[in-house]
Design a protein around this ligand. Structure first.
Ligand code: ABC
Ligand code: CA
Length: 600
């Protein structure tokens, strides 16, 4: 009740936005009435209606089947020279209007093609973890520069690749300030609570490391360059003041654009970390802040409690981060504009949304729609029944509910059956568990190896996130067995490691990704045989056997796998070449030194 006025105001603005879009779509139809148009489809998920390409402006309309609230519609195109730049040459379409009496919506797109021209395109529609395409019955749409026909062929080049869906990617999370410097200095950092010197500079630093991903011999984990995602640290530790400008400590807008372009050139997506909940701490007012007066914030007169949702949404985090008044319609519009501006100006492919549980749920649809890209949201809680409903507001949620059983099961060597229990609880609580982002480490918690100093246990936990259902997040430094403690201890500079590509963990992560994640992750996950010490599951045609024995321990175990694997067909472990065969549904495996086994 307290916010009914503010909410009404917010809804009105929202409706006006829709109205505006609907109107512009109508005038488009009038102007282009001469164009060949297609009927509303009867069953296709995505279908081009029409397009035009005149004076460098490429625009048109698409039919989209309305099957869930969160949708991403993207056009991918090749240049006049027939070059498909994977993630680079893409245009996001946006919702225009519902088509009454049908389950379809109009989506529209418009972009100025500044250089390179356009020869072909196809449309991709991501919804509820599935991807649907309209590629003109595998012919792509061949673009002509006259606005009178959609069928004249100007090029015979065909698409060579389509971007890998998010569900099959592996996210590599970095902190810009800690990942790579602009010089080759490997000097450490004396104060982890302050700047350590990392930048966006593509030519020297991050690009140097991006090259590690690209060169197949020296590749950072994976020669297939389409699997990586960068996760950039936002301006000043989630403490933005001016939300429209970069933190100059990390470099210029040009540096960041060059980084995104370099990533896109090798098929890598870039995910931006965004905050809508709060600004940076202040002791002297709001001069220089985007939200420049105390009236734009909730009053700092309460303390958060997890048992009081209203307090989570309106009190200040840690009593010090000014909580933006997201009940104020003007603030809401500005926040939507901020995320839209960043995504479109830099071409980010996805976002991580910070502090998701700290803003009322009905704020999020407008924000997600303004962002227009894939989002994974941080709802910091281990309680799946609390976290689950948030997936109605973002396609993906960071899997905190699985994080705690993962630590207890693999780290503290408590029973591994609790992982199975949590997976079942997640299935019941979330709408799509395949899109949850799984992690062992992140920037807010002591690293696994800090609490549990056992490399075998860490390998098992990490393998679980890489191969069980969901999208894995490898936190930078995992590959170098970093063991930093609580924030800021877990935010070590990576350059002090020298980025070795022959270290034990590096080779381990590289092998799991190249030999298993890449080939098996497109297929089904199923837990098969679980007890206190062993967790065996199927991923695609692979059998993954994890345990919490740890270094210096092991066992030989016979397990019943039912008919999930072909009888008599040898399965070989990617690490040791141990070979097993299924007989009458049983296999016998030997776990040595607590190491994971991945049979393919
Ligand atoms: C600094 C110091 C910390 C100090 C803190 C008060 O101040 O470094 O040592 O404890 C940023 C900076 C931090 C900084 C904070 C505060 O701001 O990065 O260095 O900490 O100034 C996001 C980001 C995070 C970021 C912020 C804020 C938000 O990932 O890096 O921090 O900009 C809450 C929020 C969550 C937030 C997290 C840090 O704090 O919800 O969005 N993360 C309980 C609560 C959670 C709470 C969590 C940690 O504790 O329910 O709401 O997260 O404090 C499970 C339960 C959970 C429970 C956990 C601990 O146990 O199910 O509910 O979580 O079993
Ligand atoms: Ca809030």
């Amino acid at each position: 009740m307290k916010f009914s006025f503010a909410r009404t105001a917010f809804l009105l603005v929202y409706l006006l936005q829709f109205l505006h879009l609907a109107v512009s779509a109508l005038s488009n139809l009038e102007r282009r009435a001469d164009l060949e148009r297609r009927a509303v489809p009867s069953s296709a998920y995505v279908q081009l209606d029409y397009y035009t390409y005149t004076n460098g402006v490429f625009s048109g309309q698409i039919y989209i089947k309305n099957v869930a609230y969160s949708k991403i519609v993207t056009l991918y195109y090749s240049t006049s020279a027939g070059v498909w730049n994977v993630a680079g040459n893409s245009i996001l379409a946006s919702y225009s209007a519902a088509i009454s009496g049908t389950s379809y919506e109009y989506w529209v797109f418009s972009a100025t093609i500044t250089s390179g021209g356009i020869s072909q395109f196809y449309i991709k529609y991501d919804v509820s973890g599935n991807s649907y395409y309209d590629n003109n019955s595998s012919n792509n749409y061949k673009v002509t520069t006259t606005a009178t026909s959609t069928s004249t062929t100007t090029s015979t080049t065909t698409a060579t690749s389509t971007p890998l869906p998010w569900a099959q990617r592996t996210i590599y999370q970095i902190l810009t300030d800690r990942f790579a410097k602009s010089t080759d200095s490997t000097a450490g950092c004396s104060d982890f609570s302050n700047y350590c010197g990392g930048t966006y500079q593509v030519t020297k630093d991050i690009m140097g490391n991006l090259r590690l991903f690209r060169d197949s011999q020296k590749c950072h984990f994976h020669p297939d360059t389409r699997t990586y995602t960068f996760h950039l640290w936002p301006p000043k530790r989630y403490w933005a003041t001016d939300f429209y400008n970069l933190n100059t400590h990390f470099g210029s807008a040009a540096d960041l654009k060059a980084l995104v372009a370099a990533a896109h050139n090798i098929g890598m997506y870039v995910m931006l970390d965004v905050v809508a909940n709060h600004a940076g701490p202040t002791s002297s007012g709001y001069s220089g802040y985007t939200f420049a007066s105390s009236s734009f914030y909730h009053p700092n007169n309460c303390t958060m409690s997890d048992s009081n949702q209203n307090s989570l949404e309106q009190c200040w985090i840690a009593g010090s981060l000014p909580d933006i008044d997201t009940e104020n319609a003007s603030n809401v519009n500005i926040l939507n504009d901020i995320v839209h501006t960043w995504v479109t100006a830099y071409g980010f492919d996805g976002i991580r949304i910070d502090t998701f549980k700290h803003i009322r749920k009905d704020f999020w649809p407008g924000y997600l729609s303004a962002a227009g890209v894939f989002a994974t949201a941080e709802v910091y809680s281990g309680d799946s029944s609390y976290v689950g409903p948030y997936q109605q507001y973002a396609q993906s949620i960071i899997n905190y509910p699985l994080y705690y059983p993962l630590l207890r099961g693999f780290g503290a060597k408590q029973t591994l059956t609790q992982l199975k229990t949590q997976i079942a609880a997640n299935k019941a609580a979330f709408t799509n568990t395949a899109l949850l982002t799984n992690f062992v480490n992140n920037h807010d918690n002591p690293r696994f190896l800090n609490t549990y100093n056992d490399l075998s246990l860490f390998k098992n936990a990490l393998t679980f996130t890489l191969l069980a259902e969901g999208i894995p997040i490898v936190y930078y430094g995992d590959e170098q067995a970093y063991a930093g403690g609580a924030d800021p201890g877990c935010r070590e500079p990576l350059w002090t490691s020298g980025y070795p590509t022959t270290s034990e963990m590096y080779l381990f992560v590289q092998k799991v990704i190249t030999k298993a994640r890449k080939t098996l992750a497109t297929d089904t996950y199923m837990d098969l045989w679980v007890n206190d010490r062993i967790f065996a599951f199927r991923r695609g045609k692979g059998l993954v056997v994890l345990s919490n024995y740890g270094l210096g321990s092991g066992t030989t175990q016979t397990m019943y796998l039912s008919s999930q694997f072909t009888e008599g067909q040898p399965l070989v472990d990617i690490f040791t070449s141990q070979t097993i065969t299924v007989s009458s549904g049983y296999v016998t495996v030997t776990i040595s030194n607590g190491m994971p086994l991945i049979f393919v």
